[in-house]
Design a protein around this ligand. Structure first.
Ligand code: NAD
Length: 359
């Protein structure tokens, strides 16, 4: 049965990197007879320019009718002065909320060929392969009440609320246990249960789930310690599950362990398996249109899409292997370039992955 992908190229380098990802989709589609079909839509600044809003109902409907969505990136200085309510990033948040994409998977993988790119010592990060599972649609980013109020003495006070229902914790917990079962079978739940009631409930629910996943070893860690351990000895982790705010910070920290933001994919999934896949990086307006952006994070997002939403693990493995091969051939875009390597453009990198797939 054919599967449908919605391509949202977005802004800045988005169209350039999604173009390379499309070449890779076309290649595996034909070579492995996957019956993938795709259509395109607008989200972010490009949608504001065309329709006055960052995400239209039509694009949301296109997303719902798809098996997976591939996003480049949204945003840029052109739209930074707009009212906050219609900025490009609002489109992304709305799509996540509308499709209930509550589980954000962010791998931090350090390819051995790029071990020098990390700011940490090689021995601490070589062959690093961790996965952060971040709750994406709840917690303090969405909690009510929120706002800025005037106190009796006339001083302004900003406030937000960190809230999690049991069912929200349970579904992200189950998702993380299931992911851990497919990997190294170790799950570390990160919270701040020594201070926050919401974290105490989080820990209780995780412990309640553990007997159902007896093949997975569950541990708990306070978020401050987790931040420290991520830079002290990151290879101690396999899968980390955490809330929206803590995951936002820890996953960026984990991403930087790998040294190149241009290499990291991510997935946001709902309970039906529909997912939006995107590189971790943004729209990089500083290099947009120059043909120098690294397309590998987007190509690796296609790999995750095939694996987690489309059930095409063989094609996913082929893409992962092809990316390894182009790195073995010493091909590097500017962001991962070092002495002795061959510098290539965005499209040359995409072509090299396609060549490796065809070989
Ligand atoms: P950014 O990730 O776009 O760029 C940070 C730095 O990394 C820049 O120097 C950029 O040139 C470089 N970089 C990023 N991706 C690269 C790639 N594939 N190849 C080579 N170099 C790359 O972050 P920023 O500068 O903070 O944000 C720029 C815009 O992107 C803003 O409008 C922001 O809101 C938006 N943004 C969007 C998303 C998203 O769509 N999911 C995520 C983050 C930021």
């Amino acid at each position: 049965m054919s599967k449908k992908i919605l391509l949202l190229a977005g802004d800045g380098i988005g169209p350039e990197i999604v173009n390379e990802a499309r070449k890779v989709i076309d290649c595996v589609n034909e070579k492995m007879s996957l019956e993938l079909a795709y259509e395109e839509g607008l989200m972010g600044g490009c949608s504001i320019d065309a329709h006055g809003v960052p995400l239209t109902d039509e694009t949301i409907a296109q997303g719902r009718a798809s098996d997976a969505i591939l996003l480049g990136a949204v945003g840029g200085p052109k739209w930074d002065t707009l009212d906050r309510a219609i900025r490009p990033e609002k489109g992304l948040l709305k799509m996540r909320a509308e499709l209930d994409l509550f589980s954000n998977l962010r791998p931090a993988i350090l390819y051995p060929q790029l071990a020098d790119a990390s700011s940490l010592k090689k021995e601490l990060v070589a062959d690093l392969d961790i996965l952060i599972v971040r709750e994406l649609t709840g917690g303090i980013y969405f909690g009510e009440p929120r706002g800025i109020r005037i106190l009796e003495n006339g001083e302004r006070q900003g406030y937000n609320t960190m809230v999690y229902r049991e069912s929200e914790i349970e579904r992200i917990g189950r998702n993380a246990f299931e992911v851990a079962q497919k990997r190294g079978k170790r799950l570390c739940s990160v919270e701040k249960a020594n201070v926050l009631e919401v974290s105490g409930l989080w820990r209780e629910i995780m412990e309640g789930l553990a007997p159902e996943y007896s093949d997975v070893e569950l541990s708990h860690m306070y978020v401050d310690n987790a931040a420290m351990q991520l830079v002290r000895g990151p290879k101690q982790f396999d899968v980390v599950v955490t809330s929206n705010l803590f995951g936002d910070i820890l996953s960026d920290c984990a991403a930087m362990l790998t040294g190149s933001i241009g290499m990291l994919p991510s997935a946001s999934l709902n309970s039906d398996g529909l997912g939006m896949y995107e590189p971790v990086h943004g729209s990089a307006p500083d290099i947009a249109g120059q043909g120098v952006a690294n397309p590998l994070a987007t190509i690796l997002s296609v790999e995750m899409m095939l694996r987690y939403s489309l059930g095409m693990a063989e094609a996913a493995d082929a893409i992962a292997a092809a990316v390894g091969q182009v790195l073995d051939q010493n091909l590097r875009t500017a962001d991962i370039f070092s002495e002795g390597m061959k510098k290539v453009s965005t499209s040359e990198m995409g072509d090299a992955v396609v060549d490796a797939l065809m070989a």
